[in-house]
Design a binder for this molecule. Structure first.
Ligand SMILES: [Zn+2]
Ligand SMILES: [Zn+2]
Length: 168
């Protein structure tokens, strides 16, 4: 028997997106999928996460675009036959990983306070901030170029809006 259609296309799309997401969860988490880090199993709280926290670069490599997200991401994963390296994770654990420089969820280690987290990132500072960078020829050349473009702006504005004076 033929399946009935949906009364409008956007509902049909939501249905298809949901189906793609379920397929991804089942592939990466098995039939009783849940968060790989904590006991969370509520469908709406679950997401697919790159195991090594390389979500962006992996998306770029696989899909040619690092900002592939949401239902596009699930459909691409399905289209590629579910490549390795992903896991089911809940939103909390995903954010918990992202805030930590070592990509480890606070569930899996001694949780850091906000200022301790900030400290971890501060440790990555090198030299005297970006001072060294600003002394390079490339930087100076780029800066000069940007400045020239900036100078040209008021005239361009005036050309586009002849009714307005240059004071704005
Ligand atoms: Zn979790
Ligand atoms: Zn966790």
């Amino acid at each position: 028997m033929r399946k009935k259609g949906f009364f409008n296309n956007s509902v049909g799309m939501l249905h298809r997106n949901l189906r793609d997401r379920i397929l991804a969860f089942e592939h990466y988490g098995g039939p009783n999928y849940k968060c790989a880090c904590c006991p969370e199993s509520e469908f709406s709280f679950l997401t697919i996460d790159h195991k090594e926290g390389k979500g962006n670069s992996e998306r770029e490599k696989l899909f040619g675009n690092k900002s592939v997200a949401g239902h596009h991401f699930y459909r691409k994963l399905r289209g590629l036959g579910f490549p390795d390296g992903y896991q089911v994770l809940c939103m909390n654990c995903q954010v918990g990983r992202r805030d930590n420089i070592d990509n480890v969820c606070p569930h899996k280690k001694k949780p850091l306070t906000a200022s301790e987290l900030l400290n971890e990132f501060d440790k990555l500072r090198v030299g005297d901030g970006n001072f060294d960078l600003t002394q390079t020829d490339t930087y100076k050349a780029t800066l000069a170029l940007v400045k020239r473009k900036g100078d040209a702006k008021p005239e361009e504005k005036a050309r586009r809006n002849p009714n307005r004076t240059a004071e704005s």
